[in-house]
Unconditional design. Sequence first.
Length: 569
Amino acid sequence: MTDIPLTPLSHAPDNTASADGIIDTARPTVSLASALEADFVRLHALQRTDEKRQAQEVAPEEMEQTVSPSDPETPDAQAGQSGASLIGQYPASENADLTDAPRLPDETEAGKLQAKQAQVSRDPSQTADHVIARMKTLLPMLRSRAAGIDTHPMQGRVVSATGTIIRAILPNVAVGDLCRLQNHDRDWSLDAEVVGLDGNEVLMTPMGSLEGVSVDTEVVTTGGRRNFPVGERLLGRVLDALGTPIDGLGPLEAGPSRFVQAAPPPAMERQPIARPLPVGLRALDGLLTCGEGQRLGVYGEAGAGKSTLMSAIVKGSSADVAVVALVGERGREVREFVEHNLGANGLKNAVLIVATSDRPAAERVVCAQAATTVAEYFRDQGLKVLLFVDNVTRYARALREIGLAAGEPPTRRGFPPSVFAALPQLMERAGMGVRGSITAFYTVLVEDGMDDPIAEETRGILDGHVILSRALAAAGHYPAIDVLTSRSRVMSLVTDPRHQAAATKIRSLWAKYQEIAFLLQVGEYKPGGDALADEAIAKIGTLRGFLRQGNDERTSFAEILEWLNRLCA
């Protein structure tokens, strides 16, 4: 074996940046490291060869055949393979500055390599002591080279910043990766998430204002993706979409975190929905019984009482934990919801995640994803979790902002295709799991009736829909649930036939009364002509009492069944 010449440290090339602003500083040490690895392999093979000689006591002529250049245990053959495995990762042009570094031949020179290995294998001076001595020379030089390597993340530069999208040139990143924008001449930085790729440019959406971004702004990768704290330490806390507490109760205790984007549970691993989840509201538990692990949409215009219904369900539900996402809400309403709607008792076993309407679109998107992530953690602990996302319409609008700014074409009512792909990705994460469950309610702001594109899309994804009537709300009828147009697709799976028959009877009485209400107002209704109408008129007071309920009023599931029996008697 001949000694492998080393590149003097003074000849090592400096760290340089290419024309596109990309810095790579690790290449000068590749040949040195591969030579050291080759010696490790060579030393191991020499030791094994000596063991074979001692165990088998073979003749020198036989040993020459046993440890031949083509033998996979031949020291130089293994060393050559090992060195090639590392140096082969870089083209020869990238190592052009290492003029004194060892080079391995191409595959076309395999014959020359085998001849050289055969000559070296017969060299009596190639002993383990010789290899160890050479390794002692290599190690200090490798340490010196490694100390000079810049271990900072890969760097790039900003190309443009328009609206909610920043374009930059940055290598080795993927959609979903986090980056940091910074200016060294002043104390300023901004986090951003990669949302798309366009040629050699990276499209990022910022987690804050674009003020301060310039063509001199440096972009570095952070080496991770968006995650969010999870665990029991979140109970009773109010956090923003980045996981920072905003309730004035101090920082969170140290604990685990999870990525905000995750795959739904496999379809065949989900447990079936088989049990009801009472929420304490007679209209829901009696006529639209919710199953544990069901996903329901709550649809209504502004002012129909969606937030009020949400707080009533959170306080009256039999779930172990409640997770609430307030997406795009007015800042004034957040504190009102916490202090007046939920109160101390409602917040005790709940987690609130907030992204108000003034926050960047990316933060509003993360808010819904983070709430789902927290709910998934508690479900994995075997708990019954109640998830409320208020509201999905603002979540979709935030996605639309990002998609249109990134260059996606508008399709249905100005929404790009990515919005309709993201909705099921979010909602399918809820539901039954292997152990626990997530029962989810998604509020949807309906402006143009149920033909609204977000309303249409979510109705096809979810397991039921609760329609809120603005007319009922205007009449002081709360919760303003239109029981005639609302449906629970799993009610038949979690209730008995008697319960289902009673619910059908009450709907028919309520529908008949709505049909004859105008005749009653003008005095044109004549009793005796329709038995069902006469029964509806006789029971309308009890029906209204059953369907109306105060925000702090709770009714047990057993009491609700008694109400149904009395109404149907």
